[in-house]
Design a binder for this molecule. Sequence first.
Ligand code: ADP
Length: 502
Amino acid sequence: MNSLNPDPSSRLQPHKHPFIDGKPKKLLIGGQWREAVSGKTFTSINPSNGRPITEIADAGAEDIDLAVHAARKAFETTWRKCKPLDRQAILNAAADIFEKRYEEFAWLDSIDYGGPISRTRSGKRRHVGLLRYYAAQAVSLHGETIENSLPGDFFTYTLKEPIGVVGAITPWNGPVGNSLWKIGPALAAGCTVVLKPSEQASLSTLMLGQLFLDAGLPPGVLNIVTGAGATGAALAAHPGVDKVAFTGSTATGQAIVRASAGNLKRLSLELGGKSPNIVFADADLDEAVPGAAMAVFANSGQICSAGTRLFVERKIYEEFVGRVAEYGRSIKVGEVFDPETVIGPLVSETQLNRVCGYLEAGRSEGARVMAGGRRLSEGDLASGYFVPPTVFGDVRDDMKIAREEIFGPVISALPFDNIEEVITRGNDTSFGLGAGVWTKDLSRAHRLSRELQSGSVWVNCYQAMDPAVPFGGYKMSGYGRESGIQHVEEYLNVKAVTIKVS
Ligand code: ADP
């Protein structure tokens, strides 16, 4: 069997995909696939080899306007009035098709953003689960009755109403999952959507658009507009958008806050991170070594909650960090369709240059390179954007690599001596997305879980994500929660109704 194509009966071939048919990809507006009004396109690049994959429509302000109007019309005429059971049926129908065709989505994401097939495939349970979770939420929304103290006889209840038109803007680091994380709760709540995927990896989201139409979603409920930052900015500023749901960098999140001021849009923002991952000497080190390594190396470090500040108790620092470095050297960096590959390329040349800049900063500030440290510039992978797992030892808190989000497979390992100190240093960051704690001491685990300022704390595990468990940021990692019962609430307005009974 060809290792690049583990299923010989599959229609899918490495670097070939039925969705990549040589024709430019169009925008989905009001249930129709159409070119940008300007006729402009941009080129999507394969990060494994730097070559073009396809052309994609480049949406401008006129296209955003058309899409927002289509979403408004669909909101007023169909989706808002659609019964919960009918919304659920469509989400479940989409989940059924998605589950059957999951392999096509996994392959497309591997080509488009460079995620190894071992990773994109392994998302099936989570991604199908997300859709089914939101389908269940569609029939679980309810207001409440309130005992009030008004003089006389008054009855008060609340209604939960969909906010309206949602502008969703996603990054490239897990394209299909990022899109489902926006579409699912919005549709469950009764909102309509204009979704702008990242210009680095738009293809699986476009394929998802057709899937939802095939599942029976009425035209205009989900619109997809492709393009770069200017397209996103036009969506974030459009007065017909009631809420923006954004995942991406903190700088862009701040731009979206400013753009939202015109009509005071509701916002949910899932932004950057520089998460502490804290290993005590009493931890099960055989579990903690791969746990700490993959808390960063997974997805080539392109995960906002990656545990990039690895705090290790001083008495095991040398041994532990040495083992993490050895683990990093042992995992395969390679071609994305090789099932053994764990580390694929970074998404783009820009990202490669950014990460290489941090590697240089780490070296010049005096950190010790214990694994990796330079891009792969020789051999078969040299034309792609590959950086091997990198571990810096002897890192100080004030170094650039300990303070700024790198978004590459780079661990900054810092020694610590006691719990008070590591709480203070762990929290000494403007971010607050995730945190890890490795220990067998239950009291210590509970204490740190309370003290660490982050939206998620993982004890003796890292990045354990579930559709029912809320995820989101403290501080400059953003606000709002995704997954969990809190998520759909982000897409609902609360209306209080008070009736004088007598
Ligand atoms: P990343 O570095 O993860 O790509 P970005 O924040 O640059 O993070 O991009 C995330 C998403 O935000 C992408 O879809 C991108 O096109 C979009 N985007 C970039 N700039 C803006 C902006 N000013 N307003 C709205 N969206 C933007």
